[in-house]
Design a protein around this ligand. Structure first.
Ligand SMILES: *Cc1c(COP(=O)(O)O)cnc(C)c1O
Length: 485
């Protein structure tokens, strides 16, 4: 436990706020447009509207829909606007949730309950998804006891429909595709997946968490976008995150179902509790009114025209950045992503070293594995950063091409871990990895400044279970003080 307790006496508002401002000193400065995927920003006026709308309903609780008809109306309208945008007809229903993860949890729960009602012979339900689908499905499998069957993607990095079809068993209840999948920004062949699902009497979920409020506008602008929404026969549910390209306040997503009969399996009620009759549509009990209100506000503030304008600017920036990346000797974008997510790869350079060099230049890029890439999610916050980004990326790549002692050391460490993993006991390898990642991570805690060696090792460790323990140790550590504090 960290040596901190509730202060015996309260402190002044000024003192509390001052300390909080100071605490932000080392936070990522997303406002400069150098952080990707964690923050979506539609401009200062939109942000101030979100804050005012959130504040207006700061205290209201979305738990009881009869207490605050305002919130009920906002949620109903947000769901309806989202459903229309995603090709839904009058039968489509849904709910707001706290985020993409909760929307996905709901769809897997609903599939399980649907199967209990309609496929009573199934005792160990299974869902089939491409290797690239979001870990929220692993979480849902873990929470709800549904077996997760991940199928490697095709050479074009999209879902391999034939392989997924071949993975169907009598226990399969749900097939999943993404629009787009996060790692490479590619949209799975949704029409084909949904057709397979329909032919086998299965549910088909489209994870449009990141694309749901972008792809419709990208298509309106005339860019080619594969079919992915309720217009596709066989698609039974869609998740779409308002707090991503909906540019809403955090804590806002929608889960949509083709009809009310399917959504019915999601709902929860207890009738014999001492506290009265209790019903709730989603995971949460108390639900923040502010998040619901802010989502309604931004949708009405931007409208189709506003979202299209933002999408146009983001797509221009995307095209410029894609062309710029492909023009840098040694770098390329994987596949042909239809919107503003992409993965940067290299055939002969260590891409993690490029990530480290970008980090040294103030750009925070996520590292990915299988294959090693850097990830980009471009939103409105980045539209004026394209030149600076490409300049630094060219410089970072040039730097990586030069030989250095550190790079030789990094390569040695990776080779050591790879070699050691073959003959050392698993436990020792994980200690070694932890030790080395601490070593290359530089000055204690926080985000490592140089991580190429660590990512190189993590990607090559054969014992993934062992790696999981190391990662869980890290997660535990986030809420535990560093020694000697
Ligand atoms: C972000 C994302 C999720 C999870 O959403 P959270 O809001 O982070 O819970 C799921 N799927 C995809 C494709 C995503 O990009």
């Amino acid at each position: 436990m960290i040596p901190i307790r509730l202060p015996a006496a309260g402190r002044s508002k000024e003192a509390v706020l001052a300390e909080m401002q100071a605490a932000r000193a080392n936070d990522l400065r997303w406002h400069e447009g150098r952080v990707f995927s964690l923050v979506f920003f539609a401009g200062d006026e939109a942000a101030s509207l979100l804050k005012e709308a959130y504040n207006l309903f700061f205290s209201e609780n979305g738990l009881n829909p009869t207490a605050f008809p305002s919130l009920r109306r906002f949620e109903t309208e947000v769901v309806a606007m989202s459903a229309r945008l995603l090709g839904g007809d009058d039968h489509v229903v849904g709910n707001m949730t706290s985020g993409g993860t909760e929307s996905i949890l709901m769809t897997v729960l609903t599939a399980r309950e649907w199967a209990r009602a309609h496929r009573p012979g199934i005792h160990t339900p299974e869902m089939i998804l491409p290797a690239t689908a979001h870990p929220a499905f692993d979480k849902a499998a873990h929470y709800f006891g549904v077996r997760l069957v991940r199928v490697p993607v095709a050479p074009d990095l999209r879902a391999d429909v034939a392989a997924m079809q071949a993975a169907i068993t009598p226990n399969t209840i749900l097939i999943v595709g993404s629009a787009p999948a996060y790692p490479h920004g590619l949209v799975d062949p949704i029409s084909e997946l949904a057709a397979v699902a329909q032919a086998h009497g299965l549910l088909c979920h489209v994870d449009a968490c990141v694309g749901g409020f972008m792809l419709p506008f990208v298509r309106q602008l005339g860019y080619p976008v594969p079919d992915f929404d309720f217009q596709v026969p066989g698609v039974t549910s869609i998740s779409a995150d308002l707090h991503k390209y909906g540019y809403a306040a955090k804590g806002a997503s929608v889960i949509l179902y083709r009809d009310g009969a399917l959504r019915r399996h999601q709902l929860f009620a207890v009738t014999d509790w001492a506290g009265g009759i209790y019903a709730s549509p989603t995971m949460g009990g108390t639900r923040p009114g502010g998040a619901i209100a802010a989502a309604w506000a931004i949708m009405n503030y931007l409208g189709e025209e506003g979202y299209r304008r933002l999408a146009a600017q983001v797509m221009q920036a995307t095209e410029q950045i894609r062309a710029g990346i492909n023009a840098i000797d040694g770098l390329h974008v994987l596949g042909d992503p239809p919107m503003s997510l992409m993965a940067i790869a290299s055939d002969h350079l260590n891409i993690y070293e490029v990530g480290d060099e970008m980090g040294a230049r103030g750009w925070h890029l996520d590292r990915q594995q299988f294959p090693p890439t850097l990830h980009l999610t471009l939103n409105y916050a980045h539209v004026h950063q394209t030149d600076a980004f490409l300049r630094d990326l060219a410089a970072a790549t040039a730097q990586v091409r030069r030989p250095s002692l550190r790079k030789t050391l990094d390569r040695l460490l990776v080779a050591l871990a790879r070699g050691a993993a073959r003959w050392l006991p698993a436990g020792i390898v994980s200690k070694l990895t932890g030790r080395v990642s601490g070593l290359v991570g530089g000055s204690g805690g926080g985000l490592p400044e140089r991580s190429a060696a660590m990512y190189g090792m993590m990607g090559s460790l054969p014992n993934r279970g062992d790696l999981k323990e190391v990662v869980l140790d890290l997660v535990e550590g986030f809420t535990t003080p560093p020694p000697g504090r």
